[in-house]
Write a protein that binds this ligand. Structure first.
Ligand SMILES: [Fe+2]
Ligand SMILES: [Fe+2]
Length: 319
């Protein structure tokens, strides 16, 4: 049986794919400027400059919209952590290095525009927001990828599989957050971000698909590990559970969306359940993945939705 490829070998083999994906990305990406999306004339000074500090009544956002905006923003704020993950597990050479730099620069716009919007419109408490950012960034994001994974090639494969799903998950979340904000300005800026996330997803999905062709058994092991252990990057941020529950309950991001709008479309694109290039090791993993998805669809999603419907009915009865 052929031996596994090392990280270095996988990166070298896939460099031409990365190069064509970078070129396609640069041709497709449209330049945009965060300042264009912010309603500056709604802004005014805070107390330190002679104005008034934030009060809850100033926010026009619902509880759900505030929870979603804060979660999305803190997630985007943690960019230095994701940059570190990607740059440690990809290469800094050639097309890989070009991509890491370009992707990081594009991502930075997302936190810039959301924060400017929230501060100018007084949508959330800026002091609490800053405290949450400090806590979240200080803790950082840890994918759990260790040196042994990097040496074996699993580090790169885990990273690229994770971001394939995660970019799509952020796209869905930003789009649905735009809807619950009930403000056309917010909706427009979140749609703009979602369009970026979609192009990012296409880059990673294409590279991960090429990895599946190159090292099917190694790649499906990484994909299965990521799917079975998937956590949004916000896990661990202040109030993540409370905000996550609110978002799930009101359709910003729930388990059915996770399965039907994130996991299934990407797995379909990779033809995971149609391919015949897995060895015995890959076949076992694919079966495990199929069982996991089946449990999600038949047991966990219906159970979540029943609980959610009961909770929403109780809230309506109280209102
Ligand atoms: Fe982003
Ligand atoms: Fe992104």
């Amino acid at each position: 049986m052929a031996r596994d490829l090392t990280q270095r070998e996988i990166l070298t083999e896939l460099e031409p794919v990365a190069e064509s994906c970078v070129n396609r990305h640069l041709a497709m990406a449209r330049d945009w400027h965060p300042h264009d999306y912010v309603p500056w004339d709604e802004g005014r000074n805070f107390a330190m400059l002679g104005g008034t500090d934030w009060e809850p009544e100033q926010s026009a956002l619902s509880d759900v919209a505030r929870a979603a905006m804060i979660t999305n923003l803190l997630t985007e704020d943690n960019l230095p952590s994701y940059h570190r993950e990607i740059s440690e597990n990809f290469s800094r050479d050639g097309a890989w290095g070009t991509w890491v730099g370009r992707w990081t620069a594009e991502e930075m716009r997302h936190s810039t525009v959301i924060r400017d919007y929230l501060v100018v419109t007084r949508g959330v408490d800026p002091v609490a927001l800053e405290q949450a950012r400090m806590a979240h960034m200080t803790a950082g994001f840890d994918s759990g990828i260790g040196q042994a994974d990097v040496d074996s090639g699993a580090g790169f494969l885990h990273s690229v599989a994770y971001v394939s799903f995660q970019e799509l998950a952020t796209r869905v979340t930003h789009r649905n957050t735009g809807k619950v904000c009930r403000d056309p300005v917010a909706d427009r800026l979140l749609q703009r971000i979602a369009a970026d996330e979609n192009l990012h997803m296409i880059f990673y999905r294409t590279v991960c698909g090429a990895a599946l062709d190159l090292v099917p058994d190694q790649a499906i092991e990484a994909i299965d590990t990521i799917v079975e252990n998937f956590r949004m990057p916000g896990a661990g941020m202040p109030d993540f559970r409370r905000n996550g529950v609110l978002m799930a309950k009101h359709g910003v991001y729930d388990l059915r969306q996770h399965l039907e709008e994130v996991l299934e479309p990407v797995l379909r694109q990779w033809k995971v359940f149609e391919r015949n290039d897995f060895g015995p090791r890959g076949e076992v993993v694919r079966e495990r993945l199929a069982a996991f998805l089946d449990d999600l669809a038949r047991v966990r999603i219906p159970r979540f939705e029943e609980q959610r419907d009961r909770a929403l009915a109780r809230e309506r009865a109280r209102a």
